[in-house]
Design a binder for this molecule. Structure first.
Ligand SMILES: NC(=O)c1ccc[n+]([C@@H]2O[C@H](COP(=O)([O-])OP(=O)(O)OC[C@H]3O[C@@H](n4cnc5c(N)ncnc54)[C@H](O)[C@@H]3O)[C@@H](O)[C@H]2O)c1
Length: 363
């Protein structure tokens, strides 16, 4: 059992929260593991995750040590672990492709990415040189070409991929079969936070079915002030994000809603909110006697740490699959951890199957 040698693609807020968390829990000697789903998975603790290579395109990050770049602007997530030991990793320039949206140049430096004037590296060669075995993809929404570029590099080098963003790789049958044919594990797509908008909306939608009432209409509106929300102001980049978030809720209903009666999406960018995301959910349903009822929920979360506790499990499952010689989409962890997995399950069922898979290696 070798270490998990991690490649990080996109050193934004999510990468910052993840790397802070890896250090935070190692220092936290107490048994209190609030925020973690698993202390160990298949024998892998958090100390076994070692970043070995990282890619970004922002001039404030490229060429800097990873432990400094995670705190560079425009990152704005909460700093809960300010001291990170030297990683020995210097951020490499990735190929920009469609990673940086045009409208971002109209926003101030401290809110938006600024592309470095540097030659991109050969991603597959860098993965090989680093000895990476798992790659976590945190590219901006809408980066179709960039995500596919990194996915091809994974296929070429045998590095397992954990795709935390909503370009469909694990859930795209053509990409899934390429990963299966090459025996390379892939987990995806679009990470589902620990206690976020999607899981709350899904669980309530499922509850209504289980309690015999009929959901007629619903919306989920989200506001935030991080780069992810700023990027998502560009509607043309949002197509798969909307599909991912909407299907995630629709999949929990016995009778899917007419598209006119469900509206889910990132809704606005409010700079002063920074990494705080506020979500408003409204659900209207009919109960006994077709009598009308409704619910309104407001959720306020720190967006990036909220997905860190899930990503840390997906990364360890990807390595466990490599150890077990399993390639292709990993259904158990994908259904549990991702909004748009190849197979949508009830969350409680996904959790049970995941625990069984971890314990037995059963597929
Ligand atoms: N809870 C969550 O925060 C959450 C949940 C679900 C999905 N996601 C998704 O995860 C992704 C990352 O979120 P984030 O908040 O860290 O975003 P972010 O904007 O803070 O980080 C993205 C990083 O990618 C870099 N980048 C852009 N193009 C690149 C390229 N071609 N190669 C390498 N790096 C490039 C940017 O410079 C930036 O540092 C987003 O797609 C987001 O929608 C996040």
């Amino acid at each position: 059992m070798s270490n998990i040698k991690l490649a990080v693609v996109g050193v934004g807020n999510c990468a910052s929260a993840l790397l802070q968390g890896i250090e935070y829990y190692q220092r936290k000697a107490s048994v209190d593991s609030a925020g973690l789903l698993h202390r160990t998975i298949g024998g892998y603790g958090l100390a076994d995750i070692q970043p070995v290579v990282a890619f970004d395109v922002d001039r404030r990050k490229v060429g800097r040590p990873l432990e400094e770049a995670i705190f560079a602007k425009p990152n704005c997530t909460t700093v809960f672990q300010p001291e990170i030991p030297r990683t020995g990793v210097t951020i490499l320039m990735g190929p920009v492709l469609d990673g940086v949206a045009d409208h971002l140049k109209n926003y101030p430096d401290d809110q938006a990415p600024r592309v470095a004037d540097a030659e991109p590296v050969d991603v597959a060669a860098a993965l090989r040189d680093s000895g990476a075995n798992v790659l976590v993809c945190y590219l901006p929404v809408g980066s179709e070409d960039a995500v596919q570029h990194y996915a091809r590099a994974c296929l070429e080098t045998g590095v397992a991929m954990v795709n935390c963003m909503p370009v469909f790789i694990a859930s795209n049958p053509e990409w899934a079969s390429q990963f299966r044919d090459r025996g390379v594990p892939v987990v995806g797509d679009d990470i589902k936070s620990q206690m976020g908008a999607t899981i709350s909306h899904r669980v309530l939608a499922r509850l209504m079915g289980d309690r015999g009432v009929r959901l007629d209409r619903t919306y989920q509106l989200n506001t935030g002030g991080n780069t992810d929300f700023l990027n998502m102001l560009e509607q043309s980049r949002l197509r798969t994000k909307r599909i991912s978030k909407t299907e995630s809720v629709q999949s929990q209903l016995d009778v899917p809603l007419d598209p006119d009666n469900i509206h889910i999406g990132p809704s606005d960018y409010v700079p002063w909110q920074k990494d705080n995301k506020v979500c408003f959910i409204r659900m209207e349903w009919r109960g006994f006697g077709d009598v009308e009822n409704n619910l309104e929920l407001r959720l306020s979360v720190e967006d990036s740490p909220n997905s860190g506790g899930v990503a840390i499990d997906a990364i360890r499952c990807a390595k466990l699959a490599l150890d077990r010689g399993i390639g292709g989409p990993l259904h158990e962890i994908s259904s549990f951890a991702m909004k748009h997995p190849p197979r949508q399950l009830r969350d409680s069922e996904a959790r049970d199957l995941l625990e069984k898979w971890i314990a037995e290696g059963a597929r």
